[in-house]
Design a protein around this ligand. Structure first.
Ligand code: UDP
Length: 239
């Protein structure tokens, strides 16, 4: 049973589940935001698409031995997840340079990388989620030790390998993506939040067409169709 609203974010609402303090009820919203919510939109069914993509990917990651906060689906746009304390870092992994990073470094969008890059950004909307060096992450108290940063980096790289394989079988190249991690009541590190076209750059493997939130950020059109296409392709993928 859905209890009280605990937290409402840009894309999701979290509710308590009466009598359970180890899990939460997560509801995906239809809203679409970019540039720290300065650009806003929505489309009907968007929450259901992202929830289904996240659920499908989390079930696949679990089968590869990667611990996530996903517990079970409730409906197409709702799921039960383990309650975690979120580590206030956005862990971004890049297989090719794109977006503002390509621009910042003077590289063409899509420039390949010899090895994936993992970066940490501080989860703070008021500050605009700034990039953090390891020392800055420690100074801000985002984690307690350097070993935790190394654990997050290793976990992101492992997840990257699995996700790249899953997306490739769906005819999509994983350009970059953002992960969030949390610790449950026992202190176990779990992958949390969502993995969807809102949080990944996904390009069609053959045509290079963008199939992710850049369609909304850059007014490329066919936002809804692309999100739907990602879900349908993943449903039909072999991995
Ligand atoms: N990303 C995200 N949430 C954020 C910031 C980034 O999901 O708050 C995702 C984004 O969709 C992309 C990846 O993380 O897939 C890397 O984003 P980048 O730092 O390149 O963002 P840009 O500044 O180019 O938009």
């Amino acid at each position: 049973m859905k209890g009280e609203l605990l937290y409402e974010g840009k894309a999701k609402r979290m509710y308590s589940i009466p009598g359970r303090d180890d899990v939460i009820w997560v509801e995906y919203k239809d809203s679409l935001t970019a540039f720290n919510a300065q650009k806003k939109s929505s489309f009907g069914g968007k929450g259901a698409i992202n929830a289904q993509i996240t659920s499908l990917l989390y079930r696949k990651l679990t089968s590869f031995g990667i611990p996530t906060h996903f517990v079970e689906d409730i409906s197409q746009h709702e799921m039960i997840c383990s309650k975690v304390t979120i580590i206030p870092l956005e862990v971004v992994t890049r297989n090719r340079l794109a977006g503002s990073t390509a621009k910042k470094l003077g590289k063409e969008e899509g420039s390949p990388l010899k090895a994936p890059l993992v970066e940490f950004y501080y989860k703070d909307d008021a500050l605009g989620d700034p990039f953090l060096s390891d020392d800055q992450a420690l100074m801000m108290g985002a984690v307690a030790t350097k070993a935790e940063l190394d654990e997050l980096r290793a976990s992101a790289l492992r997840i990257n390998k699995v996700l790249q394989e899953i997306f490739l079988t769906a005819g999509l190249e994983l350009i970059d993506f953002k992960l969030e991690f949390g610790r449950d009541g026992r202190g176990t590190l779990l992958l949390a939040d969502e993995i969807s076209p809102d949080t990944c750059r996904l390009w069609d493997r053959k045509t290079g067409e963008k199939m992710d939130k850049d369609r909304f950020r850059r007014d490329l059109g066919k936002v809804e169709e692309s999100y739907q296409e990602v879900l349908q392709r993943l449903k039909g993928a072999a991995v």
